[in-house]
Design a protein around this ligand. Structure first.
Ligand code: NAG
Ligand code: NAG
Ligand code: NAG
Ligand code: NAG
Ligand code: NAG
Ligand code: ZN
Length: 636
């Protein structure tokens, strides 16, 4: 029975392909079919809806020129193409590249997947602490019986005694504790072991290292003065990279404190919490955060906003989650302008599945919006890496729950490519996927970013937004690194970049009035980026002459009139110029530079019915023509 079906399918296949082959007997028809495939793919990816204007097309060509140069410079194995190499080896090279410099100026919309405490570069964090008056009271865990406590920083009037399991000493009293020293102890890139590097997709091994780094300094961020400086620095750093909006995962309740030197808060080692008798849990911090963001926006009116997704740790109990959700709901009801959703955080494979918390997750019924980390895993459906024996299903099965629980966006979504039907459900339900390329590489999911499933999602027409996850914890801080990897490794052009940026606003938690303003702010930045970059591109002088290697199709209608593709190298001399094509002695026609490898030429119309082979020449500056050594035959 099965065999019969297979044989029958084979017959159909053979039958169909022979029909196709007959249709494709000449290159003219072949090319029409090929163009149709390209068109269908563009429709599927919905990239056909982004129309670039003339200025944007020039910038697009210029970016392709930079991309090709970067590729030529790095693709030799002796150097290594950055998306295919570990970030810790390529960070500085990437930062100093022209592609990076250019992309850092691109208005990116929002950074849609981050964790508040790990966005800012760790060096910048330590600089804040070392330069603040509170430095006098900054302590380091010089010895500790737990790896995750070792070299942690905290602020105290008098530190906890050694019997607490930690030997706290003042940072200022020991000159070993420099910023350089602490950066090395606090960031993943600097503590990656040879073993971890040898097995770049052993995600557990990498998370185990990362798990010793969480919370190394975060207690200091809750000191009011430090939080004000930290947040302001964070906002100004992201804006420098032309990120105008942030939605970040953060603990629901961060109890803000000051240091009380009167001795009145000795039970908390001098921390005096300022959230006594709050109207609702978390209010003090939310109000403080709102004020800092408003102050920042007042002096940087192009900034759109900074919003919080209330996050719970997925290693916790149902009881705790229930309580967390009640609090998150209240925060959302009282401060919906700041709280835009909920999520569960920490490693999916070693935490609990969504199903473990099902009853409680169902109870909140989409209000506030769930924005769940989903399928950040290498494991299949039927293996259970979780250490919790009472967890019913694997992390990959969070894909079902995220769909059914009404997630508005999903974090990472790496494993969705193994569930194509669910992927299609995401598309139908208009659920965006937050892709974090560099995080996925350094945490052991996609060692070679050229093969990241994210590009498949983009080409499938799923709404994708980009995020940087925890760059500060990993050991850098530029979100542009993620854009660089995606741009270099995934075949993205300016239309794709524009879509990623505009998606970030479209799929944000902003309400419709806020979105209107956000779109205006982003578009205004986008337009000014485009005109500045166009001007720059148009001033460039390109040295290398083009070469031509193929025209497709080589033959066409007797009367002409269609388009042909001219393939070659180094068409950059045509950037910002008028491209013209010439077929034999017929009148010059229009050409279009699609990228530095491809020009589309209009074939002239002719009225005679003679079969005729003519040479093709191209002008990259609208005046003198270059002989391509290619020819075209008017034939059918
Ligand atoms: C300073 O810190 C280093 C690193 O923890 C430690 O080995 C050294 O003993 C400390 N020096 C003093 C004088 O405590
Ligand atoms: C915000 O700005 C106002 C006016 O300059 C200032 O008084 C206030 O302290 C600022 N708030 C914060 C949290 O920095
Ligand atoms: C469901 O949520 C409501 C409101 O947040 C809460 O009062 C109630 O206890 C929850 N019920 C369950 C079964 O979790
Ligand atoms: C990238 O990060 C480095 C330090 O981590 C910083 O000096 C630089 O300004 C950042 N680049 C951009 C474009 O923000
Ligand atoms: C146009 O391009 C040709 C061939 O590269 C060059 O010789 C010529 O000087 C250019 N003309 C102008 C006006 O730039
Ligand atoms: Zn995350």
């Amino acid at each position: 029975m099965t065999l019969k079906i297979i044989c029958y399918s084979l017959l159909i296949l053979i039958h169909n392909s022979s029909i196709q082959a007959r249709n494709l007997e000449n290159e003219y028809k072949y090319n029409q079919e090929r163009d149709k495939l390209i068109e269908e793919e563009e429709k599927l990816s919905q990239i056909d809806q982004i129309n670039l204007n003339e200025e944007e097309k020039i910038v697009d060509d210029y970016l392709h020129f930079l991309k090709v140069q970067e590729f030529l410079k790095t693709s030799d194995s002796s150097i290594g193409f950055p998306p295919a190499r570990p970030i810790e080896e390529k960070l500085n090279e990437i930062r100093s590249s022209e592609v990076f410099q250019e992309l850092s100026k691109l208005p990116k919309g929002g950074n849609m997947h981050t964790h508040e405490n790990y966005i800012l570069g760790h060096r910048a964090v330590l600089e804040i602490l070392f330069n603040a008056p509170e430095f006098e009271d900054l302590y380091v865990a010089e010895e500790s019986n737990s790896q995750s406590r070792h070299y942690s920083l905290d602020l105290f009037v008098n530190p906890p005694p050694i019997s607490s399991g930690v030997k706290w000493v003042k940072v200022k009293d020991n000159s070993t504790y420099t910023i350089d020293f602490l950066v090395k102890k606090h960031t993943l890139m600097n503590i990656l072991t040879d073993e971890a590097k040898k097995y770049p997709t052993d995600s557990r091994m990498r998370w185990k290292l990362m798990d010793t780094l969480w919370g190394k300094v975060t207690s200091t961020f809750r000191h009011v003065n430090i939080r004000a400086k930290f947040l302001t620095e964070l906002l100004s750093t992201v804006l420098k990279e032309n990120v105008q909006y942030m939605e970040t995962r953060a603990s629901r309740i961060q109890r803000l404190y000051i240091l009380d030197k009167s001795g009145g808060s000795s039970e908390n080692f001098g921390k005096k919490y300022i959230d006594e008798s709050e109207e609702y849990p978390g209010k003090t911090n939310i109000d403080f955060t709102r004020e800092i963001v408003n102050n920042f926006t007042a002096s940087n009116p192009e900034f759109i906003g900074y919003k919080i997704i209330a996050a719970s740790n997925r290693k916790t109990t149902n009881e705790r989650i229930k309580n967390d959700l009640i609090i998150s709901k209240e925060m959302f009801e009282k401060a919906g302008d700041m709280i835009k959703g909920i999520d569960l955080v920490a490693e999916e494979d070693s935490g609990k599945s969504h199903m473990f918390f099902l009853e409680n997750l169902l109870n909140i019924s989409g209000n506030p919006s769930p924005l769940y980390h989903t399928a950040e895993t290498n494991w299949p459906d039927d293996l259970l890496p979780s250490p919790f024996d009472n967890d019913p299903v694997s992390a990959l099965q969070n894909t079902y729950e995220s769909v059914l629980l009404g997630a508005k966006r999903v974090g990472h979504g790496i494993g969705f490519f193994k569930h194509p039907y669910l992927l299609n459900e995401l598309k139908k339900r208009d659920v965006a996927i937050e892709i974090c390329p560099v995080s996925n590489q350094i945490l052991g999911y996609t060692a070679d970013l050229r093969n990241h499933p994210g590009i498949g999602y983009i080409r499938n027409g799923l709404p994708v937004v980009l995020g940087s996850d925890d760059p500060g914890g990993f050991g850098y801080d530029n979100f542009t690194i993620d854009w660089y990897e995606a741009f270099m490794g995934w075949g993205l052009d300016l239309r794709d970049l524009k879509k990623l940026a505009s998606n970030s606003i479209k799929y944000s938690g902003l309400n419709s009035e806020e979105k209107t303003i956000a779109v205006q702010k982003w578009e205004s930045s986008w337009n000014s980026y485009i005109s500045t970059t166009r001007l720059k591109a148009c001033k460039l002088q390109f040295k290398i002459d083009p070469t031509f290697n193929r025209v497709l199709p080589r033959e066409g209608a007797l009367n002409g009139g269609e388009k042909v593709h001219i393939y070659g190298r180094h068409f950059e001399k045509g950037i910002c110029q008028t491209i013209k094509c010439k077929f034999g002695n017929y009148e010059e026609t229009e050409g279009e530079l699609l990228n530095t490898y491809l020009i589309n030429c209009q074939v002239p119309s002719k009225s005679n019915n003679d079969v005729e082979e003519v040479p093709i020449s191209i002008s990259l500056n609208g005046t003198s023509f270059i002989d391509t050594d290619l020819s075209f035959t008017f034939k059918y």
